[in-house]
Every structure is written in structure tokens, then in C-alpha cells.
Design a protein around this ligand. Sequence first.
Ligand SMILES: [Zn+2]
Ligand SMILES: [Zn+2]
Length: 112
Amino acid sequence: MFYVGFCRVCGTGPLGLRSCGACSAVVILCDECDAMWTDADLNAEPSSSGEGDSLCPLCDGSLIATPSRWATEKDLESVDWLQHALQQRSLQLRRGAPFAIDIRPSKDDDEA
Ligand SMILES: [Zn+2]
Ligand SMILES: [Zn+2]
């Protein structure tokens, strides 16, 4: 999975990039508490506190059930707010495994 830091709500969860299986929207979802943000402004209150089902803000589909999944590199290429934040360096993209975070910087640094 790709993640952009750690959740300030629960303090421990990685903030993964989740791809909605129904509409392909990409949101930031805490792997631990399911708090959700729909854009790069992580200082804002989360769109969802993580209580109850995590639903896609665009189509109300479940972000947890398949075919929703962690976004791939290819998914992320078309996410404008994410690419913008990465260019501005307000977010940093890291790669790790869900619930087993690999803190090392990714080997293949994808400088565009
Ligand atoms: Zn969290
Ligand atoms: Zn959706």
C-alpha cells in the first residue's frame, strides 16, 4: 500500500490511499481507525471519524469491502490533489504493507 504519513486521530495508523471499487475515487484512509480525508489537507477535520462503515464520499459505496482496495501507483497518477500535494511537498508518498509498516524510504523513488 501507499501511505502519506500517520493518522493524527488515533496516532498510530498509517494514512493509506484507498481506491473506491465502485467509482475509482481515491481518498486517504487510516488503516487503523478508518478516519478519512478526501483531499491533501490533513490538518482539516477528517470527513469521516472512522466510526461505522467507511463509505466513499462520492458514491456511498463501501471503501472496506472488495472491490475497494489500496490504490496502486497507476491509480495515483490521475489523482490531481495528490499529485499537486506531492509537487508542493506537503505530502510525501511512502510504500508499506498494511498493518506491518515499512518505514524505510521506498527504494524506487519515482521522481516524475
Ligand atoms: Zn487513525
Ligand atoms: Zn466511490
